[in-house]
Design a protein around this ligand. Structure first.
Ligand code: CTP
Length: 432
């Protein structure tokens, strides 16, 4: 079997999915048709994948496609018991898995799991498995709202080795528009990575995080603007990592260049200019336990943007005057903050990172400042990885070696949680 050996594809350095054993359990919801491509993406990231179909999923998605894309047999109901197998298949699969992706999770499979039933290959594998499970339900909105499903889903929230990923809202296959759409495969990939990085940690449960991300755009005239190369990736990953750890997250963002699916599950507040970002942040600040200011805010703007497009020959003269500095939004948030609020800032540096960052940290007054280079490949704007220094209370300086931005997001969240814990020990939710 291919997935017993080395991964079929080499993956990027430090990819949390590389070489990991992912068991994909697919139950009977039409969202199952999205799974073959997700399995393919996992294999291309270097994961070792095995798939199980529930009896009703067998009629919805091709076992041949799953076997081919996972480079391993796809297990069906009829395979559970065999006179040729020395051990029951459900035990063998349960012990093989390092992490389980349970997607889509149907109302029936949820009920079986919560009530401890083991009457199918999928249900008994789940019951026998001690690995962490990412559970992604998908069903009709009325089924999702049914009291029995609500009760079963609530029960799952308290299970220690489960990361429950709420379905989103949208057009469902039954032509209803409402809750019940399975989390997007791109988000399932992020959540799986997150599970492999930090497990089912829910230490942000009961907390609200306010994140800013992306660039701002300051208009010059109706056809031109001043902006920067920020994609928003770091801020959006911070927001998702916090959501996976149980936080409610508000994301105030400028124009982004990330997969739009990565915004799922977040309260999003799109803005364009620094002034709009400032208004949105100030409106949300009071309700937040912590703030992460990852946006790349423009430094200058026009005192009065032109209302008509400037002719090319007039540009140079126009650009020579008429600018004003953008106020420092982070410093303003620090000045206005309630006493218990923890604030993380970022510093985009070129040249000598630490020296400049120390001065910036003192100037901004935030609790933590993550400083990273933007003049090297593999760090800063638009890069999948980052490295840098985290400056914190008591002149503590921590070096973060190069790693993926989701891994970095988790380290920053842990540092922010530490600041919150020091400040309000009695409000720390029972982490796990
Ligand atoms: N920031 C802000 N408002 C601004 C500029 C920056 O809130 N007008 C925030 C950023 O979101 C980041 C931190 O301040 O969290 C540092 O941003 P950075 O661009 O590194 O520094 P600047 O303050 O702009 O200083 P300089 O450009 O001189 O390095």
């Amino acid at each position: 079997m291919r997935n017993e050996g080395p991964p079929a594809f080499p993956s990027g350095p430090g990819d949390p999915l590389a070489g990991r054993r992912v068991l994909v359990l697919i139950s009977g919801s039409i969202a199952a048709v999205k799974l073959p491509l997700l399995v393919s993406a996992l294999v291309q990231r270097g994961a070792l994948v095995r798939c199980v179909l529930s009896p009703s999923a067998e009629g919805l998605v091709s076992a041949v496609a799953l076997a081919s894309l996972s480079r391993a047999p796809c297990h069906l109901e009829a395979d559970q018991w065999s006179h040729q197998a020395p051990r029951p298949l459900h035990i063998e699969l349960a012990e093989w898995a390092e992490v389980v992706l349970l997607a889509p999770l149907s109302a029936t499979s949820l009920a079986r799991w919560v009530h401890g039933l083991a009457d199918t290959l999928l249900a008994s594998t789940l019951l026998a498995c001690e690995a962490p499970v990412l559970a992604a339900p998908a069903m009709n909105s009325a089924m999702w709202a049914a009291p029995a499903v609500r009760r079963n889903w609530r029960e799952l929230q308290s299970w220690e080795r489960v990361l429950p990923l709420e379905p989103g809202s949208g057009l469902l296959a039954c032509d209803r528009v409402g809750d019940g759409r399975m989390a997007d495969p791109a988000v399932l990939l992020l959540a799986l990575e997150s599970l492999l990085l930090v497990g089912c940690r829910r230490d942000w449960r009961g907390r609200r995080l306010l994140v800013s991300a992306g660039p701002t755009r300051e208009p010059l005239d109706p056809a031109r603007c001043l902006t920067n190369p920020s994609t928003g990736r770091m801020g959006v990953l911070l927001a998702q990592a916090a959501r996976f750890r149980g936080a409610t997250v508000d994301l105030v963002h400028g124009p982004l260049a990330v997969d739009p699916a990565w915004l799922e599950g977040l309260q999003v507040h799109p803005v364009d200019t620094a002034a709009a970002m400032q208004a949105a942040l100030e409106g949300l600040q009071a309700g937040a336990d912590a703030i992460a200011m990852a946006a790349a805010v423009a430094d200058h703007r026009r005192s009065a943007p032109e209302t008509a497009k400037l002719a090319k020959q007039d540009l140079e003269a126009c650009l020579a005057t008429g600018w004003e500095p953008v106020p420092d939004l982070l410093a303003a948030l620090v000045r206005r903050r309630p006493p218990a609020q923890a604030i993380l800032g970022f510093a985009a540096q070129s040249g000598e990172v630490l020296q400049e960052a120390r001065a910036k940290f003192a100037r901004k007054g935030c609790d933590l400042l993550f400083a990273n280079p933007i003049d090297r490949p593999g760090a800063g704007f638009a890069s999948a990885t980052n490295d840098g220094w985290l400056l914190g209370p008591g002149s503590r300086e921590r070096r973060f070696e190069a790693g993926g931005k989701l891994a970095l997001a988790h380290r920053l969240l842990s540092a922010l949680a530490e600041v919150l814990t020091l400040r309000i020990p009695d409000r720390v939710p029972a982490g796990r």
